[in-house]
Every structure is written in structure tokens, then in C-alpha cells.
Design a protein around this ligand. Structure first.
Ligand code: GAF
Length: 394
């Protein structure tokens, strides 16, 4: 647990955004806005099937230090890239004009303008400790932090409930990534000490108390550091398979297949691959509902088997895991975790494990040892607690 480059989750990110702002623009910013990354406790690939998810926000966050300029045009410096970019109204007149990390910022401006908002011009400096490419929603954190900053600076009449959809639109339409609504919802709508139970069809949310401390439990996040390959292509393929399954079954979305009709539904599908995809989504939705029931009853430890069953379903039915995440899950379970699963879109990324707080070191060490035995790049592990969603910093 002592790797030097594990995410810090500490208060120095706001200070770094401020320092970057001052060094780039020669004066302090008007304000600073933070938005977190997320882990998804359970409910994977269910969001674009109109289903249920249960993420919580991480201590790792993206901070935007910003000032309105009073004229259309945006200048953005990013600590991670060391670059400063500029874009103007022309660049946000249609999707795709700004590329790279700047696309997430320009896309957010585009989505707001496209929804009819008068977006203020601004200078921004961005710092973050949400690991990139680890499946912890670094892009949603960036979109959400920028959106929150611009909404505040411009005094935009934009209810919190409507914000995730706009941030998602920036990613879907401007950047061109076909993600669902979960990550932006988590980054914007999560509350400290709670997991966010989101119905991705109605967008209704319930804040579910997730009190790990008083149960003597910890969620350990393990970054598998497996190289992400073909992620967007595989994600698109999973979406397409789910849509085909829903079409074949004559339902608007796989959310509409009740768990007690799953066997009959599977019997109506010819393609074994589509059967597996459908089974994952239908059983995963049920696992989210079961997890929520247990958490409502304060039976936190008992969610462990549901987490592990979710992993097995992602491994065998949805086929989105890789050796590194499977090994992390197996090693965590063997070292005493109550449950463990890959979290996020898949093909690498992170695993979360529910462990007794006193076993955190032992579980992290067991995973690191299992990686060393197989010659995998050493994993990074750190404990996390549910933190608040996007907000203005004092
Ligand atoms: C990625 C996507 F961005 C989310 O919308 C969700 O589909 C997730 O993968 C899988 O649950 O994070």
C-alpha cells in the first residue's frame, strides 16, 4: 500500500489547481470547483440497459480553478498534460473540433450551449488525482468539474438533476464515446457516506447509507494496471449485443426482462453469445436490488457474495474481465475479502474488495504477491470511503 504513485486523495489537489492558475494567469482564480471520480459498488453495464447502478464517489478528485472573462472564449491549462489550450465559439459550434483532453472541456461548453445556456467565457486551471485510464471515471470528473464551475460562474439556472445528462452528452456527442449515464451521475449526485442508487431509466436516485467504518469494514480499491486495449470497441460491441437481445425479446430494454422470466427469455434466443449478455444484465440488475436491500437493513458484510457473483457474471457471461482483474479478485477472496469484483467498463481497470479493516494490508499484500508470481506489473491498492459529489470549494 505504499507505492509512491498511488492516488493521494488529499487536499493538495485544490492547492495545485490554484498554484497552476496563478502561475499561468498571474492572479488568483475567482473560485475552485471539485468533482470526484467514482467506483461502482455493483451494477455494471446496466446503465445503458435502463437498469440500476450503485456507485459511490471517491476521495480522488478533479479541481478546476476558474475566473469568468466576460467574453466568449476559453483558455484551459491542465497540470496532467502540462499544456494550455484555447478554444472559441467556432470550436464549440459543432462536436469534434477540439481533440484530446481538451475535447472533454470543449464538449461540456458545447453541450451547455446546445441546451440553450449562455456559457460564460473563462480561464481555467485543472489539477486531478483521479488516475487516468483506470476505470475510475477521470473523464466524468473532468466534465463534471468544468460543468459545475461554468454553471456557477455564469449563474446558469441548471438544476443538479439535469447536469449529469449534459455532461454525458458532452462525452457521447462531442468526444464520441458511447458511455451511459452512471459516471457523470456519480460525480455530480453522490453524497458523502452514501452510495447512489440510480434508476437509469427514470433517473430517480436514492442515497443509500454506506457506513463502512461502524461495521469495521473497508473497501479496498486495487488498480490492476492492466493495459487497456480496444476498450471503446468492446464497449460498443457489448451495447450492440444488449440492444440486439432486447430487440429479439421484444422489450424496450433488457431492464424489462424480469428475473423470474429469465430462463424463458433465454430459451427464446438462438445466439449463445446474446444469451450470455442478456443473462449478465438481468442478473446484475437483480444483484443491485439485493445489495440495496441489504444496505438498507445495515447488513453491509452480507453484500460480499453479491459482489463476487457480479464478478463471475462479468467474467463468464459479459466477458469483459482480463487475467489481471481475475487474479486480483481471486487473491483478495483467498486472503479473506467478503467479496470482490472488477468495477467499471472492463478490459482492465480496478477491482474493489470488501474487507475487514484490520485485513486491509494483508489483502493488498496477497494481491501484490499473486501479481509478482505471475510477472504482472505491480498493482496499486488503497482504501476508499464514499465522498461528496461535485461542489464549489471554500
Ligand atoms: C463505463 C461507462 F462510462 C458507464 O456508463 C458504464 O456503462 C460502465 O462503463 C459500465 O458499468 O464506465
Amino acid at each position: 500500500m505504499s507505492q509512491p504513485d498511488q492516488p493521494s486523495g488529499t487536499a493538495d489537489i485544490p492547492a495545485r489547481a490554484t498554484a497552476g492558475y496563478i502561475s499561468e494567469y498571474g492572479e488568483p482564480p475567482a473560485g475552485r470547483w471539485a468533482a470526484p471520480g467514482r467506483v461502482n459498488l455493483i451494477g455494471e453495464h446496466t446503465d445503458y440497459n435502463d437498469g440500476f447502478v450503485l456507485p459511490f464517489a471517491l476521495p480522488q478528485q478533479t479541481v478546476v480553478a476558474a475566473t469568468g472573462t466576460g467574453e466568449p472564449g476559453w483558455t484551459v491549462w491542465s497540470e496532467q498534460s502540462g499544456e494550455r489550450i484555447e478554444f472559441d465559439l467556432d470550436d464549440v459550434s459543432e462536436p469534434g473540433r477540439v481533440k484530446g483532453w481538451g475535447a472533454y472541456v470543449a464538449g461540456t461548453v458545447w453541450a451547455l450551449r446546445d441546451a440553450g445556456f449562455d456559457v460564460p467565457g473563462a480561464r481555467m486551471a485543472i489539477a486531478s488525482d483521479v488516475p487516468l485510464g483506470a476505470g475510475l471515471s477521470s473523464s466524468a470528473a473532468l466534465e463534471s468539474a468544468v460543468l459545475t464551475a461554468l454553471a456557477d460562474l455564469g449563474g446558469l439556472d441548471l438544476p443538479v438533476d439535469d447536469r449529469p445528462g449534459l455532461a454525458q452528452r458532452a462525452e457521447n456527442r462531442y468526444v464520441g464515446i458511447p458511455s451511459g449515464i452512471m459516471d457523470q451521475s456519480a460525480s455530480i449526485r453522490c453524497q458523502g457516506g452514501h452510495a447512489l442508487f440510480l434508476d437509469c431509466r427514470t433517473l430517480a436516485v436514492e442515497q443509500i447509507p454506506f457506513d463502512l467504518d461502524s461495521a469495521g469494514l473497508t473497501i479496498l480499491v486495487v488498480d490492476s494496471r492492466a493495459p487497456h486495449q480496444h476498450v471503446t470497441g468492446e464497449y460498443r460491441a457489448r451495447r450492440a449485443a444488449c440492444e440486439e437481445g432486447a430487440r429479439s425479446l421484444g422489450v424496450p430494454a433488457l431492464r424489462d426482462v424480469p428475473i423470474d422470466e429469465l430462463d424463458a427469455a433465454l430459451a427464446r434466443l438462438d445466439d449463445p453469445m446474446i444469451q450470455r449478455r442478456v443473462r449478465h444484465i438481468v442478473t446484475e440488475n437483480q444483484r443491485v436490488l439485493d445489495t440495496v436491500e441489504l444496505l438498507r437493513a445495515g447488513r453491509v458484510r452480507e453484500i460480499g457474495p453479491l459482489l463476487t457473483a457480479s464478478h463471475v457474471s462479468m467474467r463468464d457471461d459479459f466477458e469483459i474481465t482480463v487475467a489481471e482483474v481475475d487474479v486480483a479478485v481471486e487473491a483478495a477472496l483467498a486472503a479473506g475479502a467478503y467479496g470482490a469484483r472488477m468495477t467499471g467498463g472492463g478490459f482492465g481497470g480496478c477491482v474493489l474488495a470488501l474487507v475487514d479493516t484490520e485485513r486491509v494490508e494483508a489483502v493488498a499484500t496477497a494481491v501484490a504477491d499473486a501479481y509478482a508470481e505471475r510477472g504482472f506489473t505491480a498493482p496499486h491498492s488503497w482504501p476508499v470511503l464514499p465522498t461528496p459529489g461535485a461542489h464549489r470549494l471554500p
